[in-house]
Design a protein around this ligand. Structure first.
Ligand SMILES: *Cc1c(COP(=O)(O)O)cnc(C)c1O
Length: 227
């Protein structure tokens, strides 16, 4: 498969998932995660017309940003961010998907020169290996973040366990959407919380059925053949 064929397949599958969910495909933004490939290959994908691009590590984010800054792209940082690296990257980021501590939020507040759109990462599955806030913590966290005016909490991000079956995926993604709604209803000024970052190559269909508005897709764009 060429990258263009993979891209067309991904877009078709997202469209089909939206139809199944009775949603308009305009509601779902497809983010291309380029962490597996060089800047040259990422550029091949960008040329097929993708609009959103993501990396999970600061060094690779900066490489791709430099290589692709002639293109009109929205830039997403989707992985854990160490506090000492915030200053190197934050002002190049349009959306940060992995806000997982109040201390990190405070560092972003200090270093950002514009409002950064952030997703609170939540760990609804309770998997120990996963980053993110537990659902119980969120009220306290929001209380501490709501006065940081360089941060806008656009929504919640979650990652499902790698071995989750369809039913488990459904539970995790629908719980995340319920949490999102309950936060949105608080009507906190810098917390619109009307977006959901969930769904990767293997589980974007279930995520879209449960309201996802940003799917983060990597391997499906770059696979060589049917696998
Ligand atoms: C790698 C990565 C993805 C994409 O995963 P694929 O399974 O390759 O689609 C999505 N989100 C995060 C946070 C990632 O690190």
């Amino acid at each position: 498969m060429t990258i263009e064929e993979n891209k067309n397949n991904v877009y078709q599958a997202v469209k089909a998932a939206c139809e199944k969910a009775n949603r308009s495909s305009d509601e779902v933004n497809i983010i291309a995660v380029t962490k597996y490939v060089s800047s040259d290959i990422a550029e091949e994908l960008v040329k097929t017309g993708i609009k959103h691009i993501a990396e999970n590590r600061v060094d690779k984010f900066l490489d791709k940003y430099q290589a692709l800054n002639n293109y009109d792209l929205t830039w997403h940082l989707i992985g854990t961010l160490q506090r000492r690296k915030v200053k190197d990257v934050i002002n190049l980021v349009d959306y940060f998907h992995a806000l997982d501590s109040v201390k990190l939020a405070e560092e972003i507040q200090k270093r950002a020169n514009h409002t950064i759109k952030c997703f609170l990462q939540v760990n609804v599955s309770g998997e120990e290996s996963k980053h993110g806030f537990s659902p119980e913590e969120l009220d306290t966290v929001l209380d501490q973040i709501k006065n940081l005016d360089n941060i806008c909490i656009v929504g919640l991000m979650t990652m499902a366990p790698i071995d989750a079956d369809d039913q488990e995926l459904d539970v995790i993604f629908s719980q995340t959407n319920e949490l999102r709604k309950s936060i949105q209803e608080k009507k906190i000024k810098n917390v619109p919380c009307d977006q959901l970052s969930m769904g990767m190559s293997r589980d974007f269909d279930e995520a879209i059925q449960n309201g996802s508005t940003f799917v983060r897709i990597g391997s499906a764009f770059f696979k060589e053949n049917g696998d």
